[in-house]
Ligand binder design. Sequence first.
Ligand code: C2E
Ligand code: MG
Ligand code: MG
Ligand code: MG
Length: 292
Amino acid sequence: QAKITGRNRYHFFDADLDEQVRTHHNRRTEVRAALRGGEMRLYYQPKLNMRRGRIVGMEALLRWQHPERGVVGPMDFLPFVEHTDLIVDIGEWVLREALRQLQSWRGFDPDWVVSVNIAARHFQRNDFVERLTAILAEFPDVPPYMLELEILESSALSDVGHVRAIMLACQALGISFALDDFGTGYSSMSYLKRLPADVLKVDQSFVRNMLVDRDDRHLVSAVIGLARAFELGVIAEGVETVAHGALLMRLGCDLAQGFGIARPMPSAEVLPWVSAFDTAPVWQAAALLPPI
Ligand code: C2E
Ligand code: MG
Ligand code: MG
Ligand code: MG
């Protein structure tokens, strides 16, 4: 009896797996077609220096403008492709699109830094630096220091030495690096020692609850302290309210990104939004609170 159940279960599991493989395959085909068909978009989320009341740049975030389903977020389609070379095509599209956008924003504010998320598989390719150099050359008007790459610390899991070499080569081109979702991986401390990062991004899961969860507040504070000790920049993501911003400034972090400042928006909305944005009343009052 147990054996039959076991076999049946195995059989069902097998069918499930088969179905899953088919779905993944279909999804990949759809995403590839969407990329070729011009359905991908970049949305931009502003980064704010809360203390100075200035927008210092944007993070580019991928969206799929689906003809029927509307705007589809990256978590709903990147998981199907990030283990295939399609993620490289997508990543290169994202880089070109961000650089094209920078070409027009450069005149508005040449100090902006736009960051682009790069998948581990893309980043670790042997030809990454060579191809990035070629892509940058297509946009001779854009100074490379306006581009920042965001990578997850898990991107370095397999071979820290290799990743370190890629980062150094990119930095020689003028590009900077942020370690995204910092603190959520297992090896943050040892990577920090070996990876030449420029900026740490405090993960939003810590930031979101730091007003009510003391442990999360301690984690946020520790990441800010690490950044200071290593002389790196630090930015908090997931800043949803002025209270979050006020606490961050008191903990020593002036840069923030989150729904409390702005949601990611289509590129056409960025300059009008920035021109209308007036931080002085809320964020600067918060900056006057004493440090903790
Ligand atoms: P991420 O790089 O950590 O980006 C931050 C995510 O948090 C974005 O989700 C953003 O919309 C969301 N977010 C920002 N502020 C807040 C807030 O105050 N509250 C909450 N609840 N969420 C906030 P999104 O756009 O869905 O992107 C999810 C992830 O997908 C990104 O996480 C990044 O890892 C990946 N991703 C996005 N664009 C790209 C891309 O062009 N290439 C690659 N390889 N990955 C991308
Ligand atoms: Mg990011
Ligand atoms: Mg992040
Ligand atoms: Mg994330």
